[in-house]
Design a protein around this ligand. Structure first.
Ligand code: CP
Ligand code: NVA
Length: 313
């Protein structure tokens, strides 16, 4: 059954239901195939996307901008220096004014409350391009990638090794909504947010997924279908990088960890990677590594989300 997502926001991964997540994945597959056939359709013709950034980006900025241009729309990049979000005028006024000019706002911010406020006051859909709490667009691309590799999500043993950060949170919601078992494994003191854990377990109760948080790496990684990691110090935590490196080193994803997982375990990393820290270079180049498919899938997953929220179908 198709569901109508017109006018909706995508601020948290849990903004979408199981059905809406699947509709996004299926739409992304269609758009990806159409692109490979050389048949991109102008589903966002005449539409403008504002891209507001408080933090740096390669994938998010370029995939959204390229996605808009492939689907016939236009994207405006607003660097941290352009809008000076939080410094020059209120988030409320920014949301009201921007949404008088554009059809979609995508924002990469520090505090999650900023993207929540943008959505509250905007007259057009708002997409979270990463906040300190979540990275939902990355997880839509990740689910698409896992589905491409394994042809299912339900029952997949997904193991995230590292910091209980924005990636971990959106992955927990994503797994819970699609029936994928998610284990977040990292050092004590760096567990995921307990509210996100509790809430994702409530969603998981509907789909049969198991959502766990543990510091026991060998137990977590054994029988994994997917091994995922992310940087130990996220954007905004640069001052903690040296201290975190010492604490997280036992949790590096490398050949020893891959030996614990299933033979055909897929390796994922949202990138950018810090080789020699959370993952070694060789592991990202294994035949079962899908880190660059995952990066490409940002484009297709986000195109699907933009088309569903604001495009022609
Ligand atoms: N994965 C990701 O969001 O990459 P960027 O920070 O380069 O956008
Ligand atoms: N956790 C990382 C993700 C980068 C895509 C960060 O927030 O910097």
């Amino acid at each position: 059954m198709a569901v109508n997502l017109k006018g909706r926001n995508f601020v948290s991964f849990k903004d979408f239901s199981t059905e809406e997540v699947w509709q996004s994945i299926k739409t992304a597959e269609e758009l990806k195939l159409a692109h490979y056939r050389g048949d991109d359709r102008p589903l966002l013709a005449g539409k403008t996307l504002a891209m507001v950034f408080q933090k740096p980006s390669l994938r998010t900025r370029v995939s959204f901008e390229s996605g808009m241009s492939r689907l016939g729309g236009h994207a405006i990049y607003l660097s941290p220096n352009d809008i000076k979000l939080g410094q020059r005028e209120t988030t409320e006024d920014i949301a009201i004014v921007l949404s008088r000019y554009v059809d979609i706002i995508m924002a990469r911010v520090f505090g999650h409350d900023i993207v929540v406020d943008l959505a509250k006051y905007s007259g057009c859909p708002v997409i979270n391009g990463l906040s300190d709490l979540e990275h939902p667009c990355q997880v839509m691309a990740d689910l698409l990638t896992i589905y491409e590799k394994k042809r299912r999500l339900e029952g997949i043993n997904f193991v995230y090794i590292g910091d209980g950060n924005n990636m971990a949170h959106s992955l927990m919601y994503g797994g819970a909504l699609t029936g994928m078992n998610v284990t977040i494994c990292g050092p004590e003191g760096y567990e995921p947010n307990s509210d996100v854990l509790e809430e994702s377990r409530k969603f998981a109760a509907q789909t049969g997924a198991k959502i766990e948080a543990t510091s026991d790496l060998s137990q977590a990684a054994s029988d994994a279908d997917v091994i995922y990691t992310d940087v130990w110090a996220s954007m905004g935590q640069e001052d903690e990088a040296a201290a975190r490196k010492k604490i997280f080193m036992p949790y590096q994803v490398n050949a020893n960890v891959m030996k614990l997982a299933k033979n055909d375990a897929t390796v994922l990393h949202c990138l950018p990677a810090h080789y020699g820290e959370e993952i070694d270079y060789d592991t990202t180049r294994l035949p079962n590594s899908a880190v660059f498919d995952q990066a490409e899938n940002r484009l297709h997953a986000q195109n699907a989300i933009m088309v569903l929220l604001a495009g022609k179908q």
